[in-house]
Design a protein around this ligand. Structure first.
Ligand SMILES: NC(=O)c1ccc[n+]([C@@H]2O[C@H](COP(=O)([O-])OP(=O)(O)OC[C@H]3O[C@@H](n4cnc5c(N)ncnc54)[C@H](OP(=O)(O)O)[C@@H]3O)[C@@H](O)[C@H]2O)c1
Length: 380
């Protein structure tokens, strides 16, 4: 037994010595070195310690799981954007240079963009977080007072009724607002089951919103892609029926990778116009804005201030944003949000503080220079 161990050790050490010599002492074997590094990289990335599996649920805990997932993925594989597929797999997008220039679609005073289907879309949205209907009511009234027009009342936040009641009581004409609901239906697979569950989902949205006399939506968002292409297409088909019934003006997705978007686009008669993704000064892997733009889709950032990603804004990042902000009389948050707009995206944010509500909306009277955009882009 001992002899066997000794033999194995010798074999291993001589293999190691040979490899090290081959790599380090013989420089012409540079290609071999590259090959070995790639093999080691692949083994490390596919090993069990990187087994990032996501289980998507249909309750508010799913939002927490999702945050944890993005946080885990972000910290362990920095430089890649990983999006969940409901089969539990994580799709990894290649990293590339961050966006650094001002988007031609943005200008200091333009707070509304036209989506690819011609619908006007306010670039700043209030995305309700998980709290009870009473808090949702109070915060929605606060946001309306401040001037918010775009609202993301997600099914996962669990307070669509409180939101709807606030809209009704505000007396603000419904047609001046942009209201988005959401459906989570990724726990089943297969075209038919995915379609059925998605239909139940959008009908539930309409029931909740009816409490505020909201009879149509400006947008419905498919919060997670199904486990495979047929399931995604089933989900989408249910959304198209909702659209055809005149119950929503636009259709959108959230947390969809380019491959998953293509799955929708292959069959869609009504195309998605928005993809809500984690995106901020602190987290902008890959070329998500460009990949979406290529498909006629606007990125709407969630966690634009790093909120749901576990406070990703380090003190250094805040310091840099603050310094730039001083030149314009703006806070760090305003600079970070303005950066998102100038990269060609939009965002949904949330706060419990009236002053913050005002700040987050008040970012259309200044413009970051290309140099400042470069500095900010390098912070991630
Ligand atoms: N589709 C998805 O998968 C997904 C996932 C997560 C979240 N979301 C949606 O995205 C929304 C926003 O996400 P998030 O919560 O991560 O947002 P966030 O904007 O990144 O973070 C919000 C946090 O920032 C603070 N804040 C806001 N404005 C500020 C300002 N001007 N100055 C300083 N601090 C400020 C707020 O604290 P104060 O209250 O102290 O201001 C809050 O704690 C959510 O509410 C939800 O609707 C979607």
């Amino acid at each position: 037994m001992r002899m066997m161990k000794l033999f194995r050790l010798l074999l291993l050490s001589s293999w190691n010595v040979t490899v090290i010599r081959t790599i380090l002492i013989v420089p012409r074997n540079i290609y071999l070195l590259r090959l070995l590094l790639i093999v080691v990289g692949v083994v490390l990335l596919s090993g069990p310690s990187h087994g990032l599996t996501i289980e998507a649920g249909s309750s508010s805990t799913q939002l927490l799981d999702r945050r944890r997932m993005v946080s885990i993925v972000g910290s362990s594989l920095s430089g890649v954007l990983s999006l969940p597929t409901s089969s539990g797999a994580v799709e990894v997008l290649p990293s590339s240079s961050p966006p650094v220039t001002s988007s031609s679609s943005s200008s200091p005073t333009k707070d509304t963009i036209t989506l690819s289907n011609g619908t006007p879309f306010p670039l700043v949205s209030f995305g309700l977080q998980i709290y009870n209907d009473e808090t949702a009511y109070t915060l929605t009234r606060m946001a309306l007072d401040v001037g918010y027009k775009n609202f993301f009342a997600s099914v996962l936040a669990g307070n669509q009724k409180g939101f709807a009641k606030a809209i009704k009581d505000s007396g603000i004409p419904r047609e001046t607002l942009f209201i988005c609901g959401s459906v989570v239906s990724n726990r089943v697979s297969g075209y038919n089951d995915a379609k059925k569950l998605t239909t139940i989902g959008w009908k539930k949205n309409m029931d909740c919103f009816a409490l505020g006399d909201i009879t149509y939506l400006d947008q419905i968002m498919l919060d997670y892609p199904g486990p495979d292409c047929p399931s995604i297409q089933g989900q989408w088909s249910a959304f198209e029926e909702m659209y055809q019934q005149g119950l929503t003006k636009t259709l959108s997705v959230s947390n969809f990778s380019p491959t998953q978007l293509d799955c929708v686009l292959q069959q869609a008669t009504v195309k998605p116009v928005v993809n809500q993704l984690p995106y901020s000064v602190a987290y902008h892997p890959g070329e998500s804005v460009m990949e979406n733009q290529k498909r006629g889709i606007l990125v709407q950032a969630w966690a634009p201030l790093g909120g749901s990603l576990g406070g990703r804004f380090s003190s250094t990042m805040k310091g840099v944003c603050n310094e730039i902000g001083k030149r314009y009389g703006k806070t760090y948050a305003q600079v970070a949000l303005r950066w998102i707009i100038q990269t060609g995206a939009s965002f949904t944010t949330q706060t419990k503080n009236k002053q913050h509500f005002q700040e987050d909306l008040n970012i259309f009277d200044f413009e970051l220079t290309p140099e400042e955009m470069v500095t900010l882009s390098k912070l991630a």
